[in-house]
Structure formats: C-alpha cells, structure tokens
Design a protein around this ligand. Structure first.
Ligand code: ISJ
Length: 277
C-alpha cells in the first residue's frame, strides 16, 4: 500500500476552477483540498502549507525559486475573460488623477491593471488601494474599481446605472495579440520528493477532469446556478471563455506581462519558467 501522505491541493473558490476540480477524484486523484481566494492561496503557497495549487501568475514571478510549474494548465484568456473587470462611470482615459479601488483577492489582475493603464493608456498618475468598504457599494456610488472572480461575474449581470465595464483580458489581447495568463499551477519544490508519483499523475487527471466538465457542462452548471444565483447559460459561457491551456503563445504573453511589470517596478526581475519534468 502507498504510505505517502495525501497531497494538499489549493482550490480557488471561484467558478473558473470548477472544470479542474469537479471530476478530479473520479479520475483517481487522492488528496485534500484547501479552498481560498487567490491572495490567500498565494500566501499559503509561500508558507509551504500547500503542496500544489492554481494561483496568481504574479505570485510565481515574485517567488519563482520556490516553485515548479505544472505543464499544460492555466487560467488564461484569449480576448475577453468575463471576470477580471474594471467598473467605472468614466472612460479609461478620464481616469487620470483618480484612485481605483482594487480587490484584495488578487495579485495578478491588480498588476495587469497597473500595466494596462501605464503602457497602453500612458496614465502614470492613477493610484489604487484596497478599500475597507465593500467594493460593490463603492462602484454603486460611482467610484472606479477592479473586481475578479465570481464577484465580477455577479456585478456584470446587475450593473448599476451609468457604470461601464472594461474587460482586462480583452484590453490585453487588443494591444498585444497574445493570451493573458492569470493563474498557473505551482508546485512547492519541497513537496517534490514526498509526492513525486501523485504529482506525476496530476497533469493528466486535471486534463481528463477539464475535458469531462467542458464536454458536458449543463448538468453541473444547472446545480451551481441555483446555488450561486447566476444563469446556467452564463456559467457555461464562462467555462467556454476561460482558456485552461498553457502553450507557447501563453508563455509569450506571460513573459511580456512580466517584462512590463519589471518596466514599471512592480517586479524586481524576470523569473525563470521552470516546469515539472
Ligand atoms: C480570471 C481570473 O483569474 C484569476 C485571477 C487571479 C489574480 O488576479 O491574482 C488569480 C487566480 C485566478 O482565479 C479570475 O479569477 O477572475
């Protein structure tokens, strides 16, 4: 019998992660899940509390020596992403001098917003902060703000009057022609020895799980729709919009993002992209 302890896997508590996880145990995965928003999972990864997790690509860049990447999987967009949204009652070019309220749940998307404003709109005087108040209430009151994940999906379906929506995946694609990689699957290097066989199997298990859910999404989307208060169609459309692959073009997009982060002093240097063999 295999005596190795179970793998501890981070689970981003957003709908975009359902395709990875819903059928994972059916595909032979044994382990335990710890759920959290990306910023919480980033911190748990840094502290060695997770063996492997999908989490912010920006977290990989700032602590890359600690991690290996699982090949083939990501949370990316090729064009619109639908859940990384800037809500604003003024156009992007009118944001000069404003402070944008940003979600405390993100590491990648908040830096994508900074890069987009500086590099594509030459806006160098836009500040941001994580507010103590509810971001949804601030948006209703007319303040510009960035939300990600399910909260962004919900607000986009119930947009307050006069508020415009800017999809950061779409803006990135229009300016670069490249995919944008929001999340990568990161393995704690310290977990490699103990969990080598489970980690070697994980990539294929995730692929099977993804294909099963995306191939037959309606049954589960209907169940989730009732729980979370979104339409079944909205959820299925979202799963089909997110690009879960990690291929050459994705890596080009990722490297360009990291270069721009360094250009604007959001990162100190360029990470090596090191993968599990
Ligand atoms: C597209 C998304 O990708 C996410 C965005 C992340 C971030 O901004 O740090 C991290 C993980 C992903 O869940 C989203 O959650 O809306």
């Amino acid at each position: 019998m295999d005596q190795a302890p179970e793998l501890t896997l981070g689970y981003i508590a957003y709908l975009n992660c359902v395709p990875f996880f819903h059928h994972l145990k059916d595909n032979g995965f044994h382990g335990r899940f710890i759920t959290g928003v990306p910023s919480a999972l980033n911190q748990m990864l840094q502290q060695g509390q997770l063996d492997v997790s999908p989490s912010s690509s920006f977290e990989y860049a700032r602590n890359w020596e600690k991690y290996l990447l699982l090949p083939g999987h990501s949370i990316s967009s090729v064009g619109k992403v639908e859940s990384v949204l800037l809500f604003s009652s003024v156009g992007l070019r009118q944001l000069s001098g404003h402070t944008i309220a940003i979600t405390g749940e993100s590491a990648t998307s908040i830096n994508l917003l900074r890069v987009i404003l500086r590099e594509f709109y030459q806006l160098h005087d836009v500040d941001d902060r994580v507010p103590e108040e509810s971001i949804e209430l601030l948006i209703e009151a007319g303040q510009p703000a960035l939300l990600i994940g399910d909260r962004a999906l919900h607000l986009a379906c119930n947009l307050p009057p006069g508020v415009q929506v800017f999809d950061l995946g779409d803006i990135w694609y229009r300016h670069t022609g490249l995919p944008f990689v929001f999340a990568l699957w990161m393995i704690d290097r310290n977990a490699l020895d103990l969990h080598s066989s489970a980690l070697a199997e994980l990539g294929e298990q995730l692929l099977q799980s993804r294909q099963q859910l995306i191939g037959n999404p309606y049954l589960h989307a209907t169940v989730i729709a009732k729980k979370v208060g979104l339409n079944t169609e909205t959820i299925v459309d979202y799963w089909n919009t997110i690009d879960y692959r990690l291929e050459k073009e994705h890596l080009r997009g990722l490297q360009l993002f990291f270069q721009l982060c360094e250009k604007y002093q959001l990162l100190e240097g360029q990470p090596e992209l090191n993968f599990l063999d």
